[in-house]
Design a protein around this ligand. Sequence first.
Ligand code: FMN
Length: 218
Amino acid sequence: MQNTQTSGPVRIGVIVGSTRPGRRSTAVAGWATQVASRHPAVRDGAGAVELVDLAEQHLPLLDEPVPALFGDYRNPHTRRWAAVVDAYDAFLFVTPDYNRSIPAVLKNAVDYLYAEWNDKVAGLLTYGVQGGTRAGDHLQSVLGEVRVTVVPTRVSLGLFTDFDFSAAPPGDPTHQARLAPGDEREQALTTMLTEIVTWATALRTAEVAADRRPEPVG
Ligand SMILES: Cc1cc2nc3c(=O)[nH]c(=O)nc-3n(C[C@H](O)[C@H](O)[C@H](O)COP(=O)(O)O)c2cc1C
């Protein structure tokens, strides 16, 4: 599967990678889309960013009889998810560290598909006590298996450095905390978005040049 379109803005799906009640991923993904909206490529129409919330996909634990590699999707929820992923050229994955890896819901969402991920580009935005770096390492490895290229710049938010717990009632483990990333995080995210748009554009060009996909007529 090549990138969805050979012209127009690079479409970037911001994948909200956790689904538990009280999750922090929505705040992190919201911050990412805000930063993206200020990015020159998005402002000039070279890139477009949309949220893809796994909580809205309602995917059961993988229930396809045939491995995704064969592209023989049997279930309506799989075909719906395939159409969602197919519509994007690139992804910005937002994931926390769950026991040194990514949430099961995110791994499950990746496992469902194959061709729709192929030859796409991704950036990793992680968070956790140690910035979610172990989740990032695992996700990069998983994405390599479905032929997604991960750009070099990663953004890691520390739970006790980039979130503000000052308003948290003592001993309340459910407190969401206010997301308060430093300027250097925004700079890193901007660099990552530049890399995503650049690499996704380059992949489109390479695909057209290789004549793997004809240019649309008209
Ligand atoms: C099941 C579970 C396992 C976790 N394991 C880790 C971990 O290994 N390392 C870490 O830094 N934080 C860990 N945390 C803390 C999470 O990174 C932090 O709570 C984060 O906000 C969870 O993401 P969410 O709010 O989007 O669900 C864990 C949290 C949960 C719920």
